[in-house]
Write a protein that binds this ligand. Structure first.
Ligand code: ADP
Length: 491
């Protein structure tokens, strides 16, 4: 594994190595009727390859196969389950360069970000390989002296994972790792923009010794129908989703019909606060990471910069300089640090956000124009002087655009920070310990970064409050989402 691409990989050779059928029963198979859809290179808008397009019938087939092996997998010794996960971890590490190239091809973002994801995403396989043998229970006595209480934790049952395009590997491993470690079978429906990484991962799992049927992958252009066909089957006991809040709400509604367990990692709208007492240079470094990691296409991305008046101009000038040094281009080109956005729709959404910021008094300090030519490119952009309650601050930008507002008092900043329906991540910079403790507790967010611009960590519980979701991924909490509790009353 390398930190930066040390060898020039042939993109075609990487693509040729990936199975493009549905992954069912431990092998790559065509969709019923043979339908396929096209995966696009966002840098050229050209076709990369065709991938099998799963139908409702295929979903049922995958579910039958999964249900058929669920009992055997649950009965497989935890150590064996853990060792399969561990072997998958080793294989992903060995093939990190290829997987990174694959992610950059289908997602567009710069290769260094893809390499970083191979490491981050793979850590979930290692972590849950270790957790597989630490699924415990408890024992206690009835206070009345009338009996003994044994509590066991077992697999929740067959799971459906629906994953987004922005982290094609990590959003899968964060769900597959704990599901399999806990003894569950899982069906994965990846985003149609980025199905190849998940198919490559499924093949790696097979090589690692995972029995056929335990993990299935169903790429499809019919997300709604295929997912609903799976969710409306009583055998599915758990739905784990990462994506937008509207789709999450819809899935929660469907899950309610059969009282299925859910984990929902939904939208974010992270505020990034810089107080007058912050180390401004460190705040700028943190801001750059929080904004530009993954080209801004992250639900934890800083979406609104709220900067105290005394340091606002210095912070914005320095952030603008740093953003100006970004190199825009095809993600797989040497030296490029900002690739295209994943789709035309996404690029247009980002452009509209900037227009809206400007229409509400924002001043473009950098970027702000869609470049001519092919590819879904949008440049690094800074807009300041934006009202902290302007429409642009209400939704997710999901692109390389920093929107800066100023504030005077801490109360004012907290009020603005907490003023959305979201509550995933929040960040702030301050050197005052009292303030740090106070602000960390007052921010309505599932995750708070203090003097840090990146917070994702395999050992930490990732998740949100309010309409950013339910449940946590990673950490000791991550496996609980895939376990069910049984109480056995003993004499
Ligand atoms: P994004 O805006 O990031 O594309 P989405 O929530 O639309 O977020 O997509 C996240 C995942 O949810 C993708 O795998 C997508 O195919 C899937 N998806 C989108 N709409 C539905 C739906 N109605 N039912 C089930 N899955 C869906």
């Amino acid at each position: 594994m390398t930190d930066t691409a040390t060898q020039v990989l042939d993109p075609q050779a990487v693509l040729d190595g990936v199975p493009t059928g549905l992954w069912i029963g431990g092998e790559s198979v065509p969709a019923t009727g043979g339908a396929t859809f096209t995966v696009i290179d966002p840098a050229t808008e050209e076709s990369l390859t065709e991938v099998a397009d799963a139908t409702v019938e295929d979903a049922k087939r995958a579910l039958d196969v999964a249900a058929g092996v669920a009992g055997d997998w649950a009965a497989t010794p935890p150590r064996e389950r853990g060792e399969i996960l561990r072997r998958a971890f080793e294989l992903v590490a060995e093939r990190a360069d290829d997987l990174a190239m694959l992610m950059t091809l289908e997602l567009g973002r710069a290769l260094p970000d893809s390499l970083a994801e191979t490491k981050y995403g793979n850590e979930f396989l290692r972590w849950f390989a270790e957790e597989a043998v630490r699924i415990d229970g408890r024992f206690t006595h009835s206070p009345a002296g009338t009996g003994r209480i044994l509590v066991t934790h077992g697999p929740v049952g067959p799971c459906l994972a629906i994953t987004p395009w922005n982290f094609p590997l990590a959003m899968g491993t964060r769900k597959i790792g704990p599901a399999l470690a806990a003894g569950n079978v899982m069906l994965v429906k990846p985003a149609h923009e980025t199905p190849l990484t998940m198919l490559a991962l499924a093949e790696i799992f097979a090589e690692a010794g995972l029995p056929g049927g335990v993990l299935s992958v169903l790429p499809t252009m019919n997300a709604k129908e295929v997912s609903s066909a799976i969710i409306t089957d009583d055998r599915i006991r758990k739905i784990s989703f990462t994506g937008s809040t509207p789709v999450g709400r819809n899935l929660l509604g469907q899950a309610a019909e059969r009282v299925q367990r859910t984990s929902m990692e939904l939208g974010g709208n992270a505020p990034f606060l810089v107080f007058d007492d912050a180390d401004v240079d460190k705040a700028v470094d943190g801001a750059f990471l929080a904004k530009m990691r993954n080209g801004g296409e992250a639900c934890t991305a800083a979406n609104r910069f709220l900067v105290q008046a005394g340091v606002a101009e210095e912070f914005t000038t320095k952030l603008t300089e740093k953003m100006a040094a970004v190199r825009l281009g095809a993600g797989y080109e040497d030296g490029v640090t900002l690739g295209p956005l994943v789709s035309a729709a996404q690029r247009d959404k980002v452009a509209e956000a900037v227009e809206s910021a400007v229409a509400h008094g924002g001043r473009v300090r950098l970027g702000g124009k869609v470049p001519e030519g092919k590819g879904f490119f949008y440049p690094a952009t800074v807009v300041d002087g934006v009202d902290p309650y302007a429409p642009v601050t209400r939704g997710e930008i999901f692109g390389p655009v920093a929107v800066v507002s100023t504030f005077d008092s801490e109360d004012e900043a907290i009020k603005a920070a907490n003023s959305t329906e979201y509550g995933l991540a929040a960040y702030f910079f301050s050197r005052d310990l009292d303030r740090a403790m106070r602000v960390a507790s007052r921010l309505d967010a599932g995750m708070v970064g203090v003097n840090r611009g990146v917070i994702s960590d395999v050992a930490a519980p990732f998740g949100g409050v309010k309409q950013s979701g339910i449940g946590r991924e990673g950490g000791a909490e991550g496996i609980d989402e895939y376990l069910t509790v049984k109480y056995v009353a003993l004499t």
